[in-house]
Design a protein around this ligand. Sequence first.
Ligand code: ADP
Length: 271
Amino acid sequence: LRERILPEGYPFELASLAGTFNQMLDRLEESFKRISRFSADIAHDLRTPVNNIRGEAEVALVRARSADEYRDVIESCLEEAVRLSDLIGDLLFLGRAESPLTDLRRELVDVGELLGRVLEYYEASAADGEVSLTKAVAGERVVAELDRALMQRAVGNLVSNALAHTPPGGAVVLGTSVEASMIHIFVSDTGAGIPAEALPRVFDRFFRVDSSRSQGLGGTGLGLAIVQSIAVLHGGKAEISSLPGQGTRVTLHIPIDCAAATKCDADMQLA
Ligand code: ADP
C-alpha cells in the first residue's frame, strides 16, 4: 500500500484518477490499521480473564488448601468467567449491530416510562453507592417509535457508567425533551468527569480514559461503543460533554420517524 501512483507528468484525467486512487488507498490503509488494532485489543481483553482463571486453578491444584480457600478460588474464577461472557456478549452485539441486515423492532414507546424502568432497575445500586438517581421529564408525555429493548440497553449502559463514576453524595439524572423532529434522551452525573483530550475517543471500542482508574469498575470498554451503535441504528447519534471534577452528560439525539409519535396526543395511539 505504501507504493503510490504519482500524478506528476500525467494528463489531467489520469492525474485526477491517480489522486482518487491514492485517497482510496489511504482509507483502505486506515481500515486495515483499525482492524488490526481492534483484533489486538480483543486478544488482550480475552486473554486477561482466561489467564486469571488459569493462574487461580494452577495454584489451587499444587497447594493443598482449606475448604474456604477453595471457595475463594472458585468465586474469583466465576467472576472472571462472568467478565469473559459479558465481553463476548458485547462483541457479538456490536458485530450484529454493524450488519446491514440488522432490523430494529420499532414500536411506539413512552420514553418517560422507559426511563422509569431503567431507573427502577438501578435504584438499588444507586442507593448502595449513596448516589441520588432521579428522572427529569419535561412537561408533556414523549412518545416515539423506538426499539424498546435496544433503547433500554443504551440508557442502562449510560446510567451504569454514571453510577460507576459518581462518588457518594452525587447525583445522576435521566431526562428527555423533544425539539422539532428530534427526541433527546440524556443521562447526566456529578461524577469524576473526563479530560477534554479523551472525549473524542470515548465512543471507540475498548477505549478507557485511564485504565488504572477504570480497573476494578468491571466494564468491558465497549459500553459507549454499544450506546453509539444503538443511536446510529435509530438514525441518530450519541454526544458527550464533560468537565473533570464536575460531571458528565451523554445525550442521545434520535429522529422521530412517525409523524404522530411526538407529544401528549399520542395517548390515543398507545391506548
Ligand atoms: P466500560 O464498559 O469500561 O465502562 P465505556 O465504553 O462505557 O467502557 O466507557 C469508556 C470510558 O469512558 C471508560 O474509560 C470510562 O471510564 C469513561 N466513562 C464513561 N462514562 C463515564 C462517566 N459518566 N463519567 C466518567 N467517565 C466515564
